[in-house]
Design a binder for this molecule. Structure first.
Ligand SMILES: Nc1ncnc2c1ncn2[C@@H]1O[C@H](COP(=O)(O)OP(=O)(O)OP(=O)(O)O)[C@@H](O)[C@H]1O
Length: 583
């Protein structure tokens, strides 16, 4: 049984609930035998005239009374069974969804580089639903049926072992067919799951890229890729049904042969005078009744095989190593030091993919530091390393002298605010989207942050003001408005380190002025790291770090770097010249 807990990836509570559910289901199954036993007794009573005996009416009334009591007991057992199986399985599935989401939150970004979104969605939604289904509809019924079938088998064998043998002899053969099909079904299930993932990937890509698809006239080719993926999914689903159906039907046929066998053996024994008519008739009734639960077992088993694939995927996710570091030590200084840092998105083994190369640089506290350099030189990567979205492969990043690898990632995050160019807004109210910055903030604080980020005016003009729903990723707002909401969020967080990545790059001058004003409130008295392409926007920074191909090439103030006449001066000059261009 312990293996079952591992196999189904259950929590301790889930496992103990499953045991209760199996017990409840077994009780229901056994209680269902009571009306059946009463029916057989009534049946035997009714057949008495055939044997030249009289019906005992007192006994008949007694049996009817027993029937009513049995029906009440069945009702109570089913009610208990329902509560124990369904309610607890839904709770367990909810728990496993939460633990998967929690795990995902703790995984390093490198994990997400190798996984796509639809696979993770499948992990959280479909795999947990499979667990839900297996816990509510499969395991308790399967176990309870197996227990009650065994009890009936033993009882029948005690009564007449020859007849019991005739009834049950076909069961192992039919079961063998189901077990033999396990490998084929598992292979097909895996293919089917892959096809489903591919199809949901295609649907997602099609919907996300619908603008580009239309603009570039890709409807035909992109749609045929989607069409093919959906067609493959349908084909595999049908194949799966046909294969599963064939095995189950084959097993059913063999099992049903037991009815004929029982009649044959029974008639033989009757003619030889080795069995009475009434017990024989009882066996005939039982053989029809008992094959029902056995058939249910055969249809449930393939579903259990399928569940193993879902748990395999969940197991991979749950065993992926989380980010190291659990120190919650409060940080008091905000100077950031990179020492001999090397980093590549594909890990330390892929030397040719190294993005940051042996970088040693300091970012002073309570000052504005700009990261500049040609596109792809690693500016954003450095900001990701500071936030520990990724861990360095070599060297160290220290904040206030503490190696951030030793810190709990969530604790570290509490010291940082971000403003990125692509703002993520949630399908929630404007108010809640700002409050995400600090869930403990009061209403006044939220409004104050919105005002400081120049959002208040446009938010009040929205149909429901702060309570306006934003739609998916705030699609109803302009780029500048979205950006200001993200600044309000960062302001509310009031973290000592602020990372700004190209925050004003794609905005018109009016919006840019508003955002500059919002940013000024945000960065006041903070350790600020700005990533900028347009060098004139960072000319006033306290320190400018110039990178090229992942290496530090220059550092200093704007004046110092201009005097150096190096890469910075060259990039600055080119940008100034381009300002004079017109289209
Ligand atoms: N998630 C990722 N996985 C693999 N490689 C990545 C990833 N993100 C960035 N890179 C690569 O790392 C290198 C540096 O990227 P980065 O975004 O840090 O440059 P950047 O200087 O910020 O560029 P830009 O100014 O164009 O935004 C690039 O070659 C890029 O292709």
């Amino acid at each position: 049984m312990y293996k079952l807990k591992e196999l189904l990836m259950l929590t301790d509570k889930g496992y103990s609930d499953l045991k209760k559910a199996i017990a409840a289901c077994t009780i229901t199954n056994l209680s269902l035998m009571m009306p059946f036993a009463v029916t057989i007794q009534i049946f035997a009573e009714l057949l008495k005239p055939l044997m030249g005996q009289e019906i005992t009416w007192i006994r008949m009334w007694f049996l009817l009374g027993c029937g009513v009591i049995a029906a009440i007991l069945v009702f109570l057992a089913s009610k208990n069974d329902y509560k124990k199986t369904y309610v607890t399985s839904y709770l367990e599935a909810e728990n496993s969804r939460i633990s998967v989401a929690e795990r995902i939150r703790k995984l390093p970004m490198s994990f997400f580089n190798s996984k796509d979104l639809s696979e993770l969605t499948t992990n959280i939604m479909a795999d947990c639903s499979t667990t839900e289904h297996v816990l509510s509809h499969i395991i308790p019924q399967l176990s309870a049926n197996a227990i009650s079938i065994t009890i009936v088998c033993i009882m029948m064998a005690v009564f007449d072992w020859r007849m019991a043998l005739a009834v049950f002899i076909t069961v192992p053969f039919a079961l063998l067919i189901i077990l033999c099909s396990k490998k084929i079904q598992a292979r097909l299930s895996e293919k089917q799951v892959e096809a489903k993932l591919k199809a949901s990937d295609q649907v997602q890509e099609y919907l996300e890229g619908i603008k580009v698809i239309k603009a570039c006239g890709l409807d035909g080719s992109k749609f045929s890729a989607l069409d093919n993926a959906l067609h493959l999914m349908m084909k595999l689903a049908m194949k799966m049904e046909v294969v599963t159906g064939s095995f189950v039907t084959g097993a059913q046929m063999i099992l049903q042969a037991g009815v004929g066998l029982t009649v044959f053996v029974g008639t033989y024994l009757l003619t030889k005078g080795k069995i009475e008519l009434i017990p024989l008739l009882m066996f005939f009734v039982i053989v029809v009744r008992i094959y029902g639960p056995v058939l249910v077992e055969f249809t449930l088993l393939p579903e259990l095989f399928y569940h193993r694939i879902a748990t395999k995927r969940m197991r991979t996710l749950m065993s992926a190593p989380v980010m190291e570091g659990d120190i919650q030590k409060p940080l008091t200084h905000w100077n950031i030091d990179f020492k001999n840092v090397s980093f590549g998105y594909n890990g330390r083994d892929m030397q040719e993919d190294t993005v940051i190369k042996n970088l040693t640089v300091s970012i002073p506290s309570d000052a504005i530091t700009a990261l500049v350099g040609p596109s792809g030189c690693g500016k954003s990567t450095i900001s990701r390393l500071i936030a520990r979205f990724w861990d360095v492969n070599e060297g160290s990043v220290k904040i206030g002298g503490v190696d951030i690898k030793t810190l709990d990632p969530e604790h570290l995050m509490s010291y940082m605010s971000f403003v990125f160019q692509d703002v993520v807004l949630f399908n929630d109210t404007v108010y809640n989207n700002i409050r995400i910055g600090n869930m403990e903030a009061t209403k006044e604080q939220v409004l104050e942050a919105a005002k400081a980020a120049c959002c208040d005016e446009f938010i009040r003009a929205l149909p429901d003001g702060y309570q306006t729903m934003l739609g998916e990723n705030g699609s109803t707002l302009s780029g500048g408005e979205r950006q200001r909401i993200s600044i309000a969020r960062a302001l509310l967080k009031n973290a000592p380190i602020v990372l700004l990545d190209e925050a004003t790059a794609s905005l018109d001058p009016e919006n840019e002025a508003l955002i500059q004003q919002a940013i000024s409130s945000l960065i006041e008295g903070k350790t600020v790291i700005v990533i900028a392409h347009r060098l004139r926007t960072v000319a006033g920074a306290d320190k400018i770090i110039v990178l090229n191909e992942g290496r530090l090439v220059e550092e200093g103030t704007h004046e110092e770097l201009m005097n150096n006449r190096g890469l910075y001066e060259r990039l600055y000059r080119i940008q100034q010249e381009s300002l004079g261009w017109s289209v």
